[in-house]
Design a protein around this ligand. Sequence first.
Ligand code: MG
Length: 387
Amino acid sequence: MKKRIAILGSTGSIGTQTLDVVRQHPDKFEVEVLTAYNNADLLIQQAREFIPNTIVIGNESKYDDLKNALSDLPVKIFAGSDAISQVVEMDTIDIVLTAMVGFSGLVPTLNAIKAKKTIALANKETLVVAGELIKKLVLENNVKILPVDSEHSAIFQCLVGEGRNEIEKIILTASGGPFRGKDIDFLKKVTPEQALKHPNWDMGAKITIDSATLMNKGFEAIEAKWLFDLKPEQIEVVVHHQSIVHSLVQFTDGSIKAQMGLPDMKLPILYALAYPDRIKTNFPRFNFIDFPELNFEKPDLNSFKNLPLAYFAMEKAGNMPCILNAANEVAVYAFLCKKIGFLDIPDIITQAMHKLSYIKNPGLNELIQTDNETRMYCETLIDRIII
Ligand code: MG
């Protein structure tokens, strides 16, 4: 039986790499649903190649383009954010791979869990913003969340076969991004072009900036807290610039397990889709002789303030991670548009975390409201910045 997959965000970096994986294993996987927000041209091309049951475009103004381009195919076409949130409930879907960017992943993921679908989670912001809600729904509906993020896939793989053995701590590895070893004076002047050049991983623009600021690692710490039921003090971050050790688990006997391999997102994507099986691939293999030295160092928390900000939000919990995420999304976008500097990103997030009202046990509506209010507040801050 082939696994039938819905890919939310099929035109992004993870989405296109997931389709590469499906293309290489047509006997194992079948594309049932594709959704994209804006890139109609690529969505049309993907629909022609994979002939899914249904496609959805978030931007409603592109509906007619899709309809006209695909009129000869038996593909159902819908448009709008609500359609993306609803399409995940289709009976014929086995796995929903969530690869959209940021807060927009939240409601579709919640709906997919309620519809008892297995989730291959690539949208970490969902767990950052609403980890508590998601965890409750996952237990109620008895669904599995399979991590696609490489670090969490590593930890997940280290835990296979460990049953109830307790985790002492996990160690998330961070590449350190393009500005590893740089000081505040250097960071003040960096451009989006410099920040977008990631040394090891080929990713979308938003996550590449998050990687350069270390916010990505902060989000991953929060993601790990919810996925593996950990306390903040059990989650350690170590910079490992070769990105070969994808993360580690230390058990209560002191033993450490690591998962390793060349940095290629197709590996964790395939693991999540094929779980619990491993499928033979022709991916390039890691060779120790090519990497005689693997290095590990402490993250620089003075220059990269987003990481301690994320830990603060994780410890505070409630709607604080939601404020962190919304402020970061707005600030990263403003940086990409050259409206603010690189170091304005942590400044804006810090101010938002002080300004917005704290809610200890937010429901979905309060999270949506927090997200909106934070975005509006941060826009006013950005308008005042001149660079
Ligand atoms: Mg990652």
